[in-house]
Design a binder for this molecule. Sequence first.
Ligand code: NAD
Length: 468
Amino acid sequence: MSRAAIIGGGVIGGGWAARFLLNGWDVAIYDPDPEAARKINDVLAGARRALPMLYDRALPAEGELTFCETLEDAVTGAIWIQESVPERLALKQSILKSLQDTVSERAVIGSSTSGFKPSDLQKGAMRPGQIIVTHPFNPVYLIPLVEVVGSAANDDAFLTAAEATLTQLGMFPLRVRAEIDAHIADRLLEAVWREALWLVSDGIATTEDIDNAIRYGFGLRWAQMGLFETYRIAGGEAGMTHFMEQFGPALSWPWTKLMDVPEFTPELVDLIASQSDQQSGALDIRALERLRDDNLVALMRALKQRDAAAGALLNAHEATLGKPQTAVPLVSVRRVIPVDWTDYNGHMNEGRYGQVFSDAADAVMAEIGADAAYIAGGLSYFTVETTINYLVETHAGEVVEVHSRITLADGKKLRIWHEMIRRADGVVLANCDQFLLHVSLETRASCRPAPQVLARLDALVKQHGATE
Ligand code: NAD
């Protein structure tokens, strides 16, 4: 089992701990704050609810979490060390320096720093080559982006290997081509934030107006295409060159405040804090986090269905996750119920039961050899009848399994009995009787399956018995 050490377990360290743990890594945390364990467990509770909902397969079994008394205990045996202490250069340098006495030479030491360059962090270190910047985004367990920055002291193979590890964690490593203060994304965000502060300070907009301008407008475009691809389309058929010609001159007009920063007077801080209270004060931070996470899950699942942007990344990661083991009965589905599958009654919508049992049937098809290659050869099964019994309410966040049994395999006729079971207590939430006919995709008429499929079915019927 791979082990990660998290140094500093605040907002970001807690998020990293969740990202590693829920992807099957053991995690050791060092944070001298006596409240650290409570805070991390809060973050973990949110992550355990949200992250698995992104996937239509189960994540690996969760790793083991240990809280350590010393930095040395935490980093011993770790192959990835993620430093996430407060953004103070001297503190980061001294921690990075002292942990190198214990840490394996081959381990990756990543820093979550939002602003410092790797060469700043590496100053005074024993082995600068193993220290890099791996800058994540909050919440680290859901947002895939992580900026990877090296200095002249880091060789390319080391950075590439670190990126491979981040990819295995379901993240999107973005290599920053040359080290620079604040990397890429925070420079963009700072420009937007600076303009927003001016707009509020000048009384042009409230904090809520600014947020509305983003969430009803360009925020939707940015989440799926970013800036340049969106502007290419905005240029119409003439494309990017035309867009640049049309809007380029505006950049030299005084639309923006650019480098000026409004003075952080107590009045400005009060103005922003009170507008923010008015806008969002009805919910506490944990409730806002849950709202944010559920919305992120729903957005990313929509993109997943389109195989676009962060959704394409999820599909690629999901393909690396193990399928449920085949046994008796056949575990054809193992997954979490995502938040976008529930309806106004607060439980899973009936159409989604159909989807779960259809996914279960696909797994059975793969098991009997009626898979994509078989279909490409012109033969398949069509479902002709399905009866579903909804027994107990199913809620978002619940881990379920479908156990499937072949109850009839007679020439072209096939009957499958599925039970959807809640993993926590084994309660059967729903069952489904499914009748299928084997067909020729050429004639669209029923026909006998290929001999190898019949033989596999024969074996399964014997194993599964005629339980119905
Ligand atoms: P935070 O204040 O929430 O957490 C910092 C944690 O470090 C605290 O729990 C503190 O007890 C602990 N700590 C302090 N001294 C320590 C020491 N000597 N050894 C071990 N732990 C120690 O801060 P944060 O927001 O999690 O930020 C951490 C880092 O992540 C910063 O470098 C920040 O720039 C970066 N970052 C923050 C965000 C964000 O949105 N908050 C996003 C990306 C990166």
